[in-house]
Design a binder for this molecule. Structure first.
Ligand SMILES: Cc1cc2nc3c(=O)[nH]c(=O)nc-3n(C[C@H](O)[C@H](O)[C@H](O)COP(=O)(O)OP(=O)(O)OC[C@H]3O[C@@H](n4cnc5c(N)ncnc54)[C@H](O)[C@@H]3O)c2cc1C
Ligand code: FES
Ligand code: FES
Length: 1335
């Protein structure tokens, strides 16, 4: 078939408007097309690899044969625009907008406080929108599953689920409000059992929700229906710069094309091909798009099984199989049930709706989940080529890519026969991933046994494993040897030995986790063995024995279910004016804009005239001299304007950290130079062409190495209290141990972004940047350009998540861009791609601690000696402060009379680690709690008793002699014991554990003393500027930055109270160095309250100025007063200032008033673990937090829940890997797992302690930004409790240490058993591991 040179017109609709693209480029993806060409910036870039859901849109198509419209969610970052011919795309802008009409989905999400930074919000809206277009009244399961593929780093998901509960078929009830009432009773005010105070539950009022209005939805464009009918017979061709896209309409045409272009991929979902293109820069000259071929969409049932067209997507496959399972006899559907098990957890709904069955089978990823099951189920591939049709088995040899069993290049899979199972067939599917959902399997498996009818004699056996080698592997030889054997324990033992011999995983295997993966091979086998035994018993109860209770506990996987939550807070005083919003759960000021996609982030700012894009070249060496930089080839790339290096910096090249590397690189990922070009693609292409020659130097990567080489960022910091030697002498016992803890990626959803616009006069420059520290950006850019700060205007409207990661780093990115703008004289945009952001920036400090603890037999800790190390990376950044905070905070809630703490920040050749929510306390807290657990284990006392014995009581001094009162610590403790029903549940956990050998539950209650703020007054200063305009409207500005924490919402609440006007009168525009100078960074939990004091100050000044006017006209309206004030020449603008809380720390005397105040909290968590796989389920968490008087309970509870879930991520999920050469290997959501919706506790309750006050902060509030984070460790210790129960039952030592994060791997390997003993162990030092331990 000839391939015409003329491109067809690509026609599709976006939000009801027709788009005609005459030069469609097959390499162009919808996300970038929407954002850059159509200027629809509501759809966000979060990762570019289909893993975060920020880019979700809805695709609607018309099926002219079935005369049906189909809607499905899709990740626009993987969707080629050429695949959209004839489709209707709906983006968040098309769902609803402030300018037209807000959609109930958007409104409910905003009103239920489901957005914080708002960056994930459009994606959330779109996922639910697509669901509701298909199912007007979905079940809660469908809602949760629709959100599987959407990540949120801020909220902890609970409010997002809450907001969509209102669309569900069934209303859900919390059942455990702790007050004896049900949350579905419309009565919202209840009394606290302990204090009698009026408390409130629920943060929004579902009665206010507008109903769904179907007339609001776009109708599917009739023109597209006509097109679908008319264009059935016309193939489409789109020629791009490098790629031609051909979409044939019939099979014959496709087969001709495939014969002509045998190497051309058949792109359906593009989730495999696209991923390779995006990540590895691969491209294909010809792409065939076979979705319009009817044979490839066939769904039919035959005598042998179901025939499913290869172009059917996985979501469709799921629906077809679900229907089959509901209709067919059970014995025929065992393969279908096994497939369904994986189809529920595989990827997110967007990927499931895009990815095709054929694509899944042919791309044969080693860890793709369906192939092992399809293979053991003896599925048949119906192939076609120009030469005719044939069938091949989808067997192990096909999966291994053996030539004789493979499809030929000119062949295509038309459909797949998935057979029915037989009566004596047993089929099981297994997978274990780092996260329960939306994560590739670490290992998966499909297993099948066929018995001779009515017996347990093996006639046929197949076992396949994914995730072990480069392809799916079969234990074919082992299976052959087992044929004819009975299904009994001896067979199992033999099978395990054979499989371990046959399925070999080398010690340096890609992906690491070698011993764990080997263990899963046999753990899965054991579970299969038991599932089959159980099945035999169910089929022939008189012939086979029932499984023992112990064995039964190995069956079944842990599923997270539908989460429910309760939030309880103290109501405002009944006498408070209804207009006064302070203390009420006011919606986030930008909530609606987040939900409609109208909130503007840096990369959403429209291009300015002459704008250039910037891409950086980063070091590939951890430590090396730069011998030369050759940019000549890069400069030849069309569109490249310039290459910028350190030599182009007119002034200072950074402060502590160089912006552009000069003569040496000190970590992989360090920026060496920048390429600026007319487009980002050209800039990236140029960056790839820059050649750097290095001379290697020896790197230091780990804490161990740093200690060996005495490589430290600062001198030792230490503190000593009491007499430690005497303490140890008087102790009954002394124990020693260690804790290793990994770091953490910030994974803010909005990557670092900056737009620099030089002004034409006086070398002024506007810098729009996503930062927590505008002043630092201003200073660094000014000094880099040799300018005074007054020439640099830094603007921040909002930041799409920061968590400490945008304090120091954005200034360097701003310098990179500003120097390029200065050199070229043109505006420069620098928005980092996710992998670059993760490569270049550091995160939370990895930690290593050694302890020696002396205690009495009654559990009292008498003395402790702690030695703490953090891996600071290659520059100082915040490492000195972090180690100081670790030392000051390591006591947590415990009064250790004789204590010595020494700390070092290690200097290594890793990207420089920086501030992260909690700032050292999450590491310090886990460390001291580990000591508590060690003491409890040694004394045999209950953990909560050891905690109680050692907790601070009454008025106390910290180790640095700061006085505080522990009364609220105890109130929280008792309230949490009560609300969580701790003792009863502990007894139930113990009972469960006696009955379940292979599953264990654990429960832990953890107290917290969190020190808020900074150890120097200077950090707490803040400024504000408040203008009242003649019409009475008010503009509030302050030095703090909106990171999603709701700072602006609270500022407006404060201004409203102080000026006694409704919120609607007050506006916040942006944070800018031009309005409020010298702002400190927004961090340390105090950003809101210190700026609030400045706003309050400004408002009070204004209120006072109005006093004479108010006195003269006491019944006048606000507008009258303002008008009059203006007439009387009274200034209606005021600056406000807060000098800061007085704090200090003297490291010589080891004394200080280091923190303005303390915040207490307690969390109790319960989990269940699967000892065979290491999976765990968060069952329930109760948090009691001493929030004092919350200015906005919705925001504060949101902070607590969000921080808690981030903590759960740190302690149980998030793992960063570095290669032995120091290169970070985890660079996106595909390899680095932050908590998803499946990770939140099934019951999640937050209580704000009533009747407590804080005389220090504004309106007696407390800063909630960080404290909840550490409480995530309650999940860590609950898991530890469960592991201890397993070890106890197996007779293993109980004084074991568990390092953090407690991943599936660590949990499984700690539950030592006959299977872990079976696996071959490798001797360290005899092989090069895939990754190293840097902590
Ligand atoms: C974020 C993300 C998460 C994922 N998570 C999981 C997971 O948890 N578990 C899992 O198992 N998988 C997972 N996947 C992988 C996913 O299942 C596969 O990428 C998908 O099934 C491939 O289908 P596709 O239609 O997108 O393939 P495409 O990318 O369109 O094509 C892939 C290949 O298949 C070939 N091909 C397609 N159809 C045919 C045909 N009919 N005949 C011959 N050749 C054909 C093409 O030539 C091409 O080489 C994930 C993918 C992503 C992006
Ligand atoms: S940007 Fe598309 S899924 Fe993350
Ligand atoms: S609100 Fe979800 S990522 Fe910030």
């Amino acid at each position: 078939m000839a391939c015409p040179q003329q491109s067809d017109e690509l026609v599709f609709f976006v939000n009801g408007r027709k788009v005609i693209e005459r030069q469609a480029d097959p390499e162009e993806l919808l996300l970038y097309y929407l954002r850059k060409k159509l200027r629809l910036s509501g759809t966000k870039y979060g990762c570019g690899v289909g893993g975060c859901g920020a880019c979700t849109v809805m695709i609607s198509t018309y099926d002219p044969v079935a005369k049906q419209i189909h809607h499905h969610p899709a990740n626009s970052c993987l969707l080629p625009i050429c695949s959209l011919h004839g489709a209707a795309v709906t983006t968040v802008e098309g769902v609803g907008s402030i300018k037209t009409r807000i959609h109930p989905i958007q409104e409910r999400l905003a009103k239920c406080h489901g957005s914080q930074c708002g960056f994930c919000t459009p994606g959330m809206v779109m996922s639910i929108y697509a669901l509701l277009r298909n199912h007007a009244v979905p079940s809660m399961e469908q809602i949760i599953s629709a959100l599987d593929g959407n990540l949120c780093r801020c909220t902890g998901y609970r409010p997002i689920i809450d907001s969509y509960t209102s669309f569900a078929r069934e209303a859900t009830c919390c059942k455990l409000r702790g007050t004896g009432q049900c949350c579905l009773d419309q009565e919202e005010c209840v009394c606290s059992s302990s204090t009698g105070a009026q408390i409130h539950s629920g943060l929004c009022n579902p009665e206010e929700f507008p109903p769904m209005d179907p007339t609001q939805e776009f109708i599917f464009p009739p023109e597209l229906m006509r097109m679908a009918q008319e264009q059935q017979r016309t193939s489409l061709i789109f020629h791009g710069k490098r790629t031609t896209w051909i979409s044939p309409t019939n099979l014959k045409e496709l087969l001709e094309l495939k014969a002509k272009y045998p190497k051309a991929p058949l792109v359906v979902g593009n989730t495999s091909v696209g991923l390779k293109n995006n990540c590895h820069g691969a491209y294909h000259p010809i792409i065939l798009h076979p979705v319009r071929i009817p044979e490839m969409h066939v769904v039919s049932s035959t005598n042998d099984g179901l025939v499913i067209g290869a172009a059917c997507c996985l979501a469709q496959l799921r629906d077809i199989l679900m229907e089959a399972v509901s209709k067919l006899p059970e014995e025929k559907t065992k393969i279908y049930q096994a497939l369904l098990q994986h189809l529920k957890t595989l990827a997110g709904e967007q990927i499931r709706s895009m990815a095709s069955l054929g694509g899944h089978i042919v791309s044969r990823g080693s860890s793709w989940d369906l192939n092992p099951i399809l293979s053991v189920g003896k599925s048949v591939l119906n192939l076609a080529s120009e030469d005719g049709e044939r069938q091949i088995l989808l067997n192990d040899q096909f999966l291994a890519g053996c030539e004789h069993a493979d499809i030929m290049p000119k062949e295509v899979i038309v459909s797949v026969l998935i057979p029915y199972s037989m009566k004596d067939d047993f089929i099981s599917a297994f997978r274990q991933a780092e996260r329960q959902k939306n994560a590739f399997s670490i290992v998966n498996s499909g297993m099948r046994v066929l018995f001779s009818p009515g017996t347990d004699t093996i006639v046929d056996l197949s076992i396949l494993y994914g995730g072990i080698g480069s392809t799916t592997l079969s234990a074919r030889k082992s299976c052959e040897k087992l044929i004819g054997r009975q299904w009994n324990d001896q067979m199992l033992n033999k099978a395990c030995r054979l499989v371990l011999e046959e399925i070999v995983l080398p010690p340096s295997a890609l992906g690491g986790k070698v011993e764990y993966r080997r263990t899963l091979l046999v753990s899965f086998l054991f579970r299969f063995y038991l599932e089959v035994l159980h099945g035999l018993y169910q089929m022939y109860p008189f012939r086979y024995a029932e499984l023992s209770q112990e064995k039964m506990s190995a069956l079944g996987i842990l599923e997270s279910g539908v989460p429910q939550g309760v939030q309880i807070y103290q109501d405002v005083d009944p006498g408070q004016s209804p207009q006064d919003p302070v203390g009420r759960p006011i919606m986030h000021q930008s909530g609606i804009k987040h939900a409609t996609g109208e909130a503007v982030y840096i990369d959403d700012i429209r291009p300015v005239d002459g704008e250039l894009s910037l891409a950086v070249v980063t070091s590939t060496k951890a430590h090396a001299k730069i011998i030369s930089i050759d940019a000549s080839e890069a400069l030849q790339v069309p569109g490249v304007v310039d290459v910028v290096t350190a030599r182009d910096v007119p002034g200072e090249n950074g402060k502590d950290e160089q912006a552009y590397a000069e003569d040496k690189v000190i970590c992989v990922g360090q920026i060496i130079c920048a390429v600026v070009a007319e487009s980002l693609t050209q800039a990236k292409c140029g960056a790839e062409k820059v050649k750097i020659v290095y001379e290697d130097l020896e790197p230091i990567l780990t804490i161990e190495d740093a200690i060996k080489h005495n490589s430290y960022i600062t001198e030792e910091r230490n503190i000593e209290k009491g007499d430690i030697e005497k303490g140890f002498k008087s102790a009954d016992e002394i124990i020693e141990g260690e804790l290793h803890m990994g770091g953490q990626e910030h994974f803010y959803l909005e990557t670092n972004s900056v737009l620099v616009i030089p002004r034409t006069e006086d070398r002024e420059m506007d810098v729009y940047v996503s930062t927590q520290h505008a002043t630092d950006v201003q200073e660094l850019v000014a000094s880099a350009l040799n300018l005074q700060s007054n020439k640099i205007m830094c603007h921040v409207k909002r930041v799409g998540g920061a968590f400490g990661g945008k304090i120091t780093k954005p200034s360097l990115f701003a310098v990179i861009a500003a120097v390029a703008a200065n050199k070229t004289g043109r505006p420069v945009r620098f928005a980092l791609e996710r992998n670059m952001d993760m490569l270049i920036t550091g995160g939370r400090h990895p930690f290593f601690g050694k302890y020696k603890v002396g205690f009495m037999n009654d559990g009292r800790i008498i003395a402790a000696d702690f030695q703490c190390y953090i891996n600071g990376g290659c520059t100082k950044d915040e490492s000195e402060l972090v180690i100081e905070y670790i030392i000051l905070k390591v006591d947590n809630a415990y009064n250790i009379p004789n204590l010595r703490v020494r700390g070092h920040a290690c200097k290594t050749n890793l990207p420089s680690n920086t501030a992260f929510r909690g700032f050292g306390f999450p590491q310090a807290g886990l460390f001291v709690e580990t000591c508590i657990v060690a003491v409890a284990t040694q004394t045999g006392l209950p953990h909560e008793k050891v905690r109680e014995i050692n907790m601070y009581k009454g008025v106390n001094l910290t180790s640095f002699k700061e006085e505080f009162n522990a009364e609220n610590l105890w109130k929280c403790w008792e309230e949490c014991l009560d609300k969580s029903d701790y003792y009863n549940r502990k007894a139930m956990v113990e009972e469960f554990n006696t009955k379940n050998y292979w599953k264990k539950k654990g429960i832990a209650i953890i107290p917290m003393k969190f020190s808020v703020g900074f150890n120097a007054t200077y950090f707490h200063q803040a400024g504000a500027l408040v203008h009242i305009y003649i019409d009475g409207s008010v503009l509030v500005t302050h030095g703090g930055i909106e990171l999603g924490q709701g700072i602006n919402t609270k500022m407006l609440q404060i201004a409203s109270r102080e000026l006694k006007i409704p919120l609607s009168y007050i506006h916040f525009c942006e944070t800018s160095t031009t309005t409020v100078p010298n702002g400190k960074y927004t961090a340390g939990s105090v950003g809101t309250e210190i700026n609030a004091r400045a706003v309050q100050d400004a408002c009070q000044i204004l209120w006072k100025r109005l006093e004479p006017i108010r006195r003269d006209n006491p019944n006048g309206k606000w507008e009258d007063w303002i008008h009059e004030a203006h007439e009387q020449s009274i200034s209606l603008s005021a600056t406000g200032y807060f000098k800061g809380y007085v704090t200090n720390m003297n490291w010589d005397t080891k004394k200080g008033h280091a923190f303005p105040y303390f915040l207490f909290g307690v969390a109790c968590s319960e989990v269940e673990i699967d000892c065979l796989t290491g999976a765990h389920k968060n069952i329930r968490t109760d948090i009691v937090m001493d929030a004092c008087f919350s200015i906005n309970p919705a925001i504060d509870i949101g902070q607590i829940e969000g921080a808690f879930i981030q903590g759960v991520g740190l302690y149980t999920l998030e793992e960063i890997y570095f290669s032995p050469e120091g290169e970070q290997l985890t660079l996106g959501p595909d390899t680095y797992k932050i908590p998803a919706i499946c990770d939140i506790p099934k019951q999640f309750c937050v209580y704000l302690l009533p009747n407590s006050c804080n005389s220090i902060a504004i309106y007696s509030s407390k800063g909630m930004g960080e404290a909840g984070f550490f409480l995530g460790s309650s999940v860590f210790f609950a898991i530890r409790d469960a592991v201890a129960a397993a070890r106890k039952e197996r007779g293993l030592p109980l004084d074991f240490t568990l390092n953090s994060p407690l991943t599936v791997e660590r949990i499984r390997m700690a539950c030592d058993d006959v299977f872990t003993e079976m696996i071959p162990k490798d001797k360290p030092g005899l092989y090069k591991p895939w990754a190293i331990n840097i902590n």
